[in-house]
Write a protein that binds this ligand. Structure first.
Ligand code: 5GP
Length: 114
């Protein structure tokens, strides 16, 4: 049995995080080192290490449900315009190997465009 990962510990409440959304299948919380004025992470409670392995092991409905959870998280936090990012693999910048979606937003308040 492999050791429990960082995001699994957050899901289980063993490591604190500022939760911003939760349902039966997903938890969302603030990124500890935000790269945008608003930076949230949406994490499935069912473990997979990365998005492509999630597709293979769980199928496209679960990949769709992850995007749905990201949209619900954005709405629940009053976000209308935002960027969704999924890093798939270390060469793309993935550092935590528990599939997750980044929600990044809030630039228009920090520095209005135009
Ligand atoms: P990745 O690079 O794997 O796509 O994204 C991992 C994200 O997790 C990074 O943006 C990083 O700042 C965030 N992160 C790493 N450790 C923690 C932690 O202990 N708590 C929270 N809330 N976020 C974390």
């Amino acid at each position: 049995m492999s050791e429990k990962g960082l995001f699994q510990k957050i899901i289980d409440g063993e490591i604190p995080a500022e939760r911003v959304y939760e349902d039966d299948d997903f938890v969302a919380f603030k990124d500890v080192a935000p790269k945008a004025p608003v930076h949230l992470l949406v994490v499935p409670k069912t473990f997979s290490p990365r998005l492509d392995e999630m597709l293979d092991a769980q199928g496209p409905a679960d990949v769709g449900a992850l995007l749905e959870a990201a949209i619900k998280t954005a709405r629940a936090n009053g976000l209308h315009d935002y960027r969704l990012v999924i890093n798939v693999g270390p060469g793309a910048g993935q550092e935590v190997f528990h599939t997750h979606v980044h929600i990044m937003a809030g630039w228009e308040e920090a520095a209005p465009l135009g």
